[in-house]
Each structure stands twice: as C-alpha cells, then as structure tokens.
Design a protein around this ligand. Sequence first.
Ligand SMILES: Cc1cc2nc3c(=O)[nH]c(=O)nc-3n(C[C@H](O)[C@H](O)[C@H](O)COP(=O)(O)OP(=O)(O)OC[C@H]3O[C@@H](n4cnc5c(N)ncnc54)[C@H](O)[C@@H]3O)c2cc1C
Length: 420
Amino acid sequence: MTERPDVLIIGGGAIGVCAAYDLAGPGCRVTLVEQGGLAAGSSYGNAGLIVPSHIIPLSAPGALTSGLKWLLDPESPFYIKPQADLKFTWWLLQFAAHCTPAHVRHAVPVLHALGRASMALYEQWAALPGLDCGYQRLGLLTLFNSRQGLQAAMPDVRLLQANGIEAQMLDGAQMREMEPNVLPGIVGGTFYPGDAHFTPDQFVRALAGLAGQKGARLRTGVEVLGFERTGRRVTAVRTTRGDFTPDEIVLAAGAWSPALARDLQLNLPIQPAKGYSVTVKRPATAPRIPLALGESRVVVTPMNGPDGPVLRFAGTLELAGFDFSINRRRVDAVARAARSYLPGMDDLETVEIWRGLRPCTPDGLPIIARPQSLENVVVATGHAMLGMSLAPITGKLVGQLVRHEPPALDLTPLRMERFL
Ligand SMILES: Cc1cc2nc3c(=O)[nH]c(=O)nc-3n(C[C@H](O)[C@H](O)[C@H](O)COP(=O)(O)OP(=O)(O)OC[C@H]3O[C@@H](n4cnc5c(N)ncnc54)[C@H](O)[C@@H]3O)c2cc1C
C-alpha cells in the first residue's frame, strides 16, 4: 500500500513534532512516522531545560582539553572514546578546529537568535489549551562549591551580558536567598532568569496531540528503511508499513539521521553524544527551581512524572559512537554529584535510569537546511544539547523551508554544505 501525504516527517522527537505542528493545516497533509513511540529518542529523559541563555557552542576553547584531561577518568562528565573510525576522526578534527574564540564569535549570535525566537514561541504556546507539560519560567541557577569554579564562570556571564542576556553573578548569601536548600560549602552561583523548564516527553506528546487536531497523522511503530531517488528528487520512502510517496520529506531523526541520510547520498557530520539521567521521587528538600551543579556539570530539574512530582539529575557527554549501553559508574557519578551540593539527597527512590544520544555537529550549530543535492528534502537535526530549547523555532523554520517562504532567521550558518 502506498500513502501520498504532502509532507512526510521522519522522527517523532521534539524536532519532528514541532515541524508537524507548524506544517499541519487545511492546505497541507502531513504524516509523521516514528519507529518507536513518540519521544522514543533523546527527547524523552533529558533535563527538560529551555535555555535561551545557552549561546556558547559546545565547540568552544577548552572543550577538547577538558575531554582529554578526563579521558582516563571513568566518572568524568566528558568522555571521548578512542575509535578507529575515519568519520569519527574527521569529526573530532573538525570539532577541534572549531574550538576557537573566532568560532565562538560566529556562533553566539546564531544561537542567540535561535534561542530567543524559540523562547518567544514557548511563551505563546504556554497558553495553548492541551499543552500540559509543567512549563514554568523560573530561571536556571548554577551553584559552585569552589571559588575557582565561580571565578571561571565570570567570563561566560560577561559574554552573555554583553549580548543582552540577563545573567547575574551571586555571592553565597544572594544565592541562598534564592535557593536556601544548599550545603554550607556552596560559595556562590550564577543566575539566568530568562530560562524555563518542563517535562520533555509530556511536551512532545501534548504538542503531537495538538498537531493531530490540526490534521497531522502521527504514525508510531513505522520505521523508515530507505529511499528511492530519481535525479535530485526522492520519489518514495520505504518503511516497515509500506511505501510513502510524499512531495516533501523532512529528516528529523536525531542521532539516527546520518544513517538514514547515507541512503540519500548525504553525508551528515553528526556524532552521537551519550548522556544519562536519573529520575527520583521528589524529596522534601528538592530545589524549587532548576539547578546546574557547576563543577560536576550535572543539572537538577524538578518535574512532574506520570505518578507525581519527581526530580531529575542529568549529565555526562560521552563521544563513544552509536552505543546505548549504560555505564553504571557514570550513572552513579551523576546521582552522587547532587550530594556534594544539596542536602537530603541520600536514600532517594529511583524512578528511572535513562540514556540518550544527542546529535552533535562539529561546530555546535544545528543543521536546518535543504541540501543542495536534493530538491524535496529538508534536514533538521544536530541540535546537540539544545534540541528541546530550539525545537519550536526549528519547527517554524522547517515549515518555511517546506513552503518555500522566506525564513524568519538567516539560515546561512545552518546550511549542510558549510562542512564541505
Ligand atoms: C542527558 C541529556 C540531557 C539533555 N538535556 C537537555 C535540556 O535540558 N535542554 C535541551 O534543550 N536539550 C537537552 N538535551 C538534548 C535534547 O534531548 C536533544 O537535542 C533533542 O531531544 C533532539 O531531538 P530530536 O527530535 O532531534 O531527536 P530525538 O528526540 O532523538 O528524535 C528522533 C526520533 O527519530 C526516530 N527515528 C530514528 N530512526 C528512525 C527511522 N528509521 N524511522 C522512523 N523513526 C526513526 C527515533 O526513534 C527518535 O524518536 C539533552 C540530551 C541528553 C542526552
């Protein structure tokens, strides 16, 4: 059986669902296919932070040296597994080449514009009936338990302030006024009042429901197997549930995108970066607002689980290939970090341990583009640690690309061909 939607979106994570929500409507028959359930990939157990303050790309000076420093530490927050794989080596060299002040100057305005536009959409959507996902804009507080850590945060805070983002340095007393439930050793923090948080999988499912109300078909349990192509056009998408012959295809399959793109003769320079989260029943001493534990690079987010309030600890970035294994030592290190900053974090009741693969480009910017070699494909992936934050604006830009409208933001820095 062959289905003929106007647009076929591949991937039921935050990016695919936001694209479906934007595109669905009377003039456009949209089908989204997802191999698992909605939010089966990295949009499920992540930290749920919406961080327009996060404008410094992953590939920034010092990123690689931290990776090398921690290379042999089995509990480190950043890990690069040596791999005899040419694609990985090329990616790593590209990543290293982008860890420069000049690249940060290039990327900051791009991430800033995306983050601001996405936040504006979240604020609009917060009022939509049916989008129940615990969205709250209470800011993000980073805690430091060393003077050295606090001081090291200062240049980033200045950079944010210089770009018009609200960012505050707090001493111990100011920080305790904001969040009294911290250990005595905490020396201060930084505060980003414009950030928000939610329960990520609830957001994806709720927005998918609203896209469905606008007419989108959401087909779960449908795996894309490959494509048929004639010249610069993809003529069919082969799946486990039959063929689709859409006019337009949106590839939003997160860390799986490079494997699918290969069948389209597209080389997507994306490496999966594994992260873990541990979700526990929310203890009485839990923070009211999301926290980042500065030195340990773990974030702590209060959320609503299906069975009541929970607290989620998330962290680590492991460049270890397409590997879903769970490294217990790193999981324990994520959970243990909280005990160095917060009281009452012993004997917590674990609800879920999770890992996900962030889709990472070597320059820390996503790809939101129509590849030059294909006339009816739009690629939307590579959002790394910012996929939830940037999903709404990505969905909007995908919609504009598909409809051949002028994009709301300059897409030149997000083209695929920038890596050639
Ligand atoms: C530990 C951790 C914490 C994070 N915290 C945050 C945070 O606080 N804030 C933030 O902004 N971001 C965060 N991120 C990053 C964020 O989770 C990702 O950037 C985002 O989820 C990417 O969304 P996506 O839709 O591109 O990919 P995904 O959510 O992975 O979706 C891709 C989907 O495509 C489907 N798919 C793949 N192949 C096929 C196929 N052949 N056929 C059909 N379907 C297919 C997959 O099943 C999957 O559901 C975090 C990530 C991790 C790992």
